[in-house]
Design a protein around this ligand. Structure first.
Ligand SMILES: Nc1ncnc2c1ncn2[C@@H]1O[C@H](COP(=O)(O)OP(=O)(O)OP(=O)(O)O)[C@@H](O)[C@H]1O
Ligand SMILES: [Mg+2]
Length: 508
């Protein structure tokens, strides 16, 4: 029995003339995990924002247990027991887990004032009940993405929400974190919750969803029960063709990259206080025509190392070289001047300017290439921009602010810009986070093309399929150290990399 239905929902965005939802019908049953899939820009987030009261539909109605409800704000949504974890987290970095979880609780439901200890106790009991692994007194800004996500989910549980909406919760998680999230979600449905899960990973849909609805260009194309469609059929429904995300292994010529080095880290260390170092004597180098993959479980130094190679973090020891030049502790700006490309994991904060137009975001780095005597060459810019929109299938008006785009289209914009920089060295961090499979496939092709042209690529990724599918050489970080340096010669398996990630094997 459906207990929540959305009927004939239509939402037209006037700013950019986009019909994001067009006569959408959607139905959620009690205790089910209902996956919502569709390519970047299909309208998934919009539909869920409507259910959560962040957007108002132009048309359409929502029914809960047979009666019509009017959800005009997230507060209304909460009143109806609907909670949402957003594609981009909305926690307050300086607050603790517990403070974030209880923050904004409307006073009507909880009349008494909670002191910090009580709050932490309550959070701890939710945590125990559903098997979360977060210290309630930990400050959010020091958490891994996986922990932040748990905090977001606990927030919904604390409010006692019945309907949980998760917008791409797994795109930023590692394999192990995904497993534990899914374990929790299953447990939640058994405890009476109903869950809507937006994801681009079709394997996840097939493994966890009771039903799946497919959106395409603002419409729901159909809803299917588990077992009714396979991966190929789903892919057909989403893209109109079969997309092989991890099509084969693109392992290169297999030559041993001796000699010339484009980029090199020597004994890189970061210490803060007298706790264990965040990074400890990291040595690695990238040669022409080589993709060097760096992976590790969350919290083992991946993000810190990304900060080092992008010039965001000073070292406590060691050196960074680019073509033999010592660039240790150069500023971000000076790193940028070296001209290599960088796609950060956090593209919202680091890689883009959400208020600037899509066009400005695409050309910002290449500015010089488009001006002559200080005058911008508009024709050149426009043809460059339309080429990039086409190549990366970016769906958006180039003259409007970037924040009007869907999550995946913002990601693609940053990739499109960085991948068009003329350089011999590119750093990618989590390049396919937030992308649909078709866009992911295109990005993989591009990364391999760059490698085959003799460029050096440094790839940070917590996705082992991605690492094994792309990297020639794989470094595994554990507790801030290199636990293994592995040649991806065709025999390397996820299981083996996994043992290094858990610190079960250490190369000395
Ligand atoms: N606030 C907004 N203002 C104007 N247009 C918007 C806004 N939010 C989304 N859109 C547009 O609506 C369409 C659907 O966007 P939506 O965010 O719902 O897609 P999505 O399916 O969640 O995609 P993704 O997988 O990339 O997150 C896109 O064309 C997008 O540009
Ligand atoms: Mg979205």
């Amino acid at each position: 029995m459906a207990y929540l239905t959305m009927e004939n929902i239509t939402r037209f965005y006037r700013d950019n003339h986009v019909l994001a939802n067009s006569n959408v019908d959607f139905e959620l049953r009690r205790n089910e995990i209902h996956a919502l899939v569709g390519e970047n820009g299909a309208g998934k987030t919009t539909l869920m924002k409507i259910l959560y009261g962040l957007e108002q539909p132009d048309e359409g109605r929502i029914f809960l247990n047979g009666s019509e409800v009017f959800i005009r704000s997230p507060l209304d949504a909460n009143r109806y027991g609907i909670g949402m974890v957003h594609q981009h987290f909305r926690l307050i970095p300086d607050f603790t887990a517990a403070e974030n979880i209880i923050f904004g609780m409307e006073p009507k439901r909880r009349l008494f004032f909670l002191n910090r200890r009580e709050a932490e106790e309550m959070v701890r009991s939710i945590s125990d009940q559903f098997g979360f692994d977060v210290d309630p007194s930990a400050v959010v800004k020091n958490m891994t993405v996986g922990e932040k996500q748990q905090v977001e989910i606990m927030r919904m549980l604390y409010r006692n929400d019945e309907t949980l909406i998760l917008d791409e919760p797994t795109s930023v998680l590692t394999g192990r974190q995904i497993e534990s999230l899914f374990y929790t979600l299953k447990k939640l449905t058994r405890a009476g919750k109903s869950i809507i899960l937006i994801t681009h990973k079709l394997n996840e849909v097939l493994s966890i969803a009771d039903r799946v609805s497919v959106m395409r260009q603002g419409k729901v194309k159909g809803t299917y029960r588990r077992g009714e469609v396979d991966k190929k059929e789903l892919s057909q429904l989403i893209f109109g063709r079969d997309v092989q995300f991890f099509a084969g292994r693109g392992v290169s010529s297999g030559h041993k990259f001796a000699g010339k080095k484009i980029f090199e880290l020597k004994n890189v260390s970061i210490r803060s206080g007298d706790i264990k170092p965040l990074l400890d004597s990291i040595c690695l180098s990238v040669s022409p025509g080589e993709i060097v993959g760096v992976t590790g479980a969350a919290g083992n130094g991946l993000r810190e190392l990304e900060d080092v190679v992008s010039g965001l973090r000073d070292l406590s020891g060691g050196q960074v070289f680019y073509h033999g030049e010592d660039i240790t502790n150069f500023s971000v700006h000076k790193f940028r001047e070296k001209g290599f490309a960088y796609v950060p994991a956090d593209r919202m904060k680091r890689g883009s300017s959400l208020q600037a137009s899509l066009k400005q975001n695409l050309i910002i780095i290449n500015h010089d290439g488009f001006s002559r005597f200080g005058i911008l060459n508009r024709r050149r810019i426009n043809s460059f921009v339309s080429k990039k929109l086409r190549q990366f299938s970016i769906d958006g008006n180039p003259d409007l602010p970037l924040h009007l785009l869907s999550g995946g289209n913002i990601q693609k914009t940053v990739l499109a810009r960085e991948l068009s920089i003329e350089t011999d060295f590119i750093i990618f961090s989590e390049p396919t986070w937030g992308l649909d499979s078709a866009a992911g496939e295109y990005v993989y092709k591009k990364i391999r093309t760059h490698r085959d042209k003799g460029k050096g690529v440094l790839l940070f990724s917590s996705n082992l399929d991605e690492i094994l599918g792309l990297a020639d050489t794989v470094f595994v970080l554990f507790h801030g150290r290199i636990a293994g340096r592995l040649d991806n010669d065709g025999s390397l398996t996820k299981e083996l990399v996994g043992t290094y990630m858990l610190g079960l094997e250490i190369d000395e």
